[in-house]
Design a protein around this ligand. Structure first.
Ligand SMILES: Nc1ncnc2c1ncn2[C@@H]1O[C@H](COP(=O)(O)OP(=O)(O)OP(=O)(O)O)[C@@H](O)[C@H]1O
Length: 481
């Protein structure tokens, strides 16, 4: 029996699997396992139902959620049908659990019946991810509990209860699914749907269907253009801003490593949300509010309400600094943007700004870049003149440069012809360039040093007595003349 969202009701919970008595080396036995399942179940329920948990602060947001019962949550309209395990663990599939109403996830088990080209993508402690092609041709990611993963394996070794351990691990996937849906944002991986189906000896295993991304490879990122690396930092800034102001309260990612993110068309998106937390840390004084990282600690203030102020948001921010900003932001950035970028790196490294200010500064960088203002202080003069040669080609080979959008030639993004001239002047091999009609994500045209390019007339460097110019580049006005 398959359960497609919005169609059939969930199956009642299954009877518990074999339940050996706690053996030697098994701590706590099945009572402990049931307790852990219940704790995870209750957490999922909290996120599924709505507003911020205890300590999430921001009472105005809590009130708003209270006014909107059944808002954008994932509640199933049906009453719970799942049966609990005899030892008190909640049943599976959980109810009310993820469901679909209106704008919720759309794909269900039917979508998985004729998938093709399944490929393993990656796995962590708990889950394994596969890439498949749907009958319509779209590629999606399927995520499920990894039966040979560390989490399930260590639980079975400890409790000797495979089904119970499956439920425990599956609640992580369920939590992730609920959060993906509740935290919808361009930088949160999109949940397309889910399916409960029997698998091996386990009934009702959960598979989530999401947008497919490419795992973040830091080494690769360091080899891309500054513009693309800045895009990742800006995506992250926008994501952290969203998490700090989410409908659930301020969400922190306890496990914040590059592998928790994927790239979708150059945008960074968070995929692994099973370690996200909304509750702020309770405190009686600031000595309870120590944010610890391997290389340094921060002490945050304890609010009058007894919560560490901004701890969730600052944890995210410092992690963004140490895993992303410090490597990706300043390196080979346009010269005039360096001071601003350095101040972003420094302020996040010292936690002197919150998420709002950090995002405002990142957006400012984007504005300066997109508007071409970062070129204002570029020095002109003392350069060769360039002549535009419509309908011609430049009889010389491409050369390679770094970082190029094209492997075999020098393809870079420039704001205008003036910047292309600057770039050409800074490369010893450059004799000419073509401004193409391709644009990058910021809208910058892409200039190429190639004679094979056909989308624009080449600009050729003048070497002494050239032919009369059809158009020349004026170094003073920095425009063609
Ligand atoms: N939608 C996706 N598209 C492509 N790759 C993905 C996607 N989701 C996850 N991955 C890759 O699969 C790996 C495992 O996924 P995930 O992080 O959710 O598992 P996990 O068991 O929670 O991992 P961890 O032990 O890091 O918590 C990730 O590191 C990521 O590289």
């Amino acid at each position: 029996v398959l359960f497609a969202p919005g169609s059939e009701p969930p199956r009642p919970g299954q009877s518990p699997g074999p339940s050996p008595a706690p053996g030697p080396g098994r701590r706590g036995g099945r009572g402990e396992l049931a307790r852990q399942i219940r704790a995870r179940y209750e957490e999922v329920q909290r996120y599924s139902r709505g507003g911020p948990g205890p300590g999430a602060g921001r009472p105005e947001r809590r009130r708003l959620m209270d006014l909107a019962p059944g808002g954008p949550g994932l509640q199933r309209p049906r009453p719970p049908r799942a049966r609990p395990l005899p030892d008190g663990a909640p049943g599976w599939p959980p109810a009310p659990g993820p469901g679909s109403s209106g704008s919720g996830p759309r794909l269900g088990c039917a979508a998985l019946r004729n998938v093709s080209g399944a490929q393993y993508v990656g796995s962590g402690y708990t889950k394994a991810v596969y890439r498949v092609r749907l009958p319509g041709g779209a590629a999606v990611a399927l995520k499920a509990v990894d039966f040979s993963g560390h989490d399930l394996g260590s639980c079975v070794r400890e409790f000797g209860a495979r089904r119970g351990c499956y439920r425990l691990a599956a609640h992580k996937l369920l939590k992730e699914m609920v959060l993906l849906e509740r935290l919808r944002h361009p930088n949160v991986l999109q949940l397309y749907g889910y399916c409960y189906q029997d698998s091996e000896d386990i009934p009702d295993t959960l598979t989530t269907i999401t947008e497919l991304g490419a795992p973040v490879e830091m080494i690769q990122l360091l080899q891309t253009s500054w513009e693309d690396r800045f895009r990742i930092c800006l995506s992250l800034g926008r994501l952290l801003h969203h998490l700090a102001h989410s409908p659930l309260g301020s969400v922190t990612l306890l496990d914040f490593r590059p592998r928790q993110f994927v790239l979708v068309d150059g945008e960074l998106k968070v995929t692994d949300l099973d370690d996200a937390r909304v509750e702020e840390t309770p405190c009686t004084s600031s000595t309870d509010c120590i944010l610890e990282f391997p290389a340094r600690n921060f002490t945050l203030p304890c609010s009058a309400q007894g919560w560490c102020e901004g701890m969730n948001e600052k944890r995210n921010l410092y992690n963004a600094y140490r895993f992303f900003f410090t490597y990706l932001l300043p390196h080979s950035a346009p010269h005039s943007l360096r001071p601003l970028l350095d101040s972003i790196v420094n302020a996040t490294g010292e936690l002197t700004w919150g998420v709002d200010e950090t995002l405002a500064q990142l957006e400012k960088v984007l504005h300066l870049y997109q508007s071409g203002q970062y070129l204002q202080n570029a020095t002109a003069g003392g350069r060769a003149e360039y002549q535009r040669l419509p309908g011609s080609t430049i009889p010389q080979e491409d050369y390679r440069c770094w970082p190029s959008y094209h492997h075999g030639s020098c393809l870079l993004s420039v704001f205008n012809v003036a910047e292309a001239v600057d770039v050409c002047e800074s490369h010893a091999q450059c004799q000419a360039f073509v401004v193409t009609n391709q644009t990058t994500w910021t809208g910058e045209p892409v200039g190429k040093d190639t004679r094979r390019e056909v989308t624009g007339a080449p600009w050729k460097k003048l070497t002494g007595s050239g032919p009369p110019s059809e158009a020349r580049f004026d170094e003073k006005t920095r425009r063609p003349r």
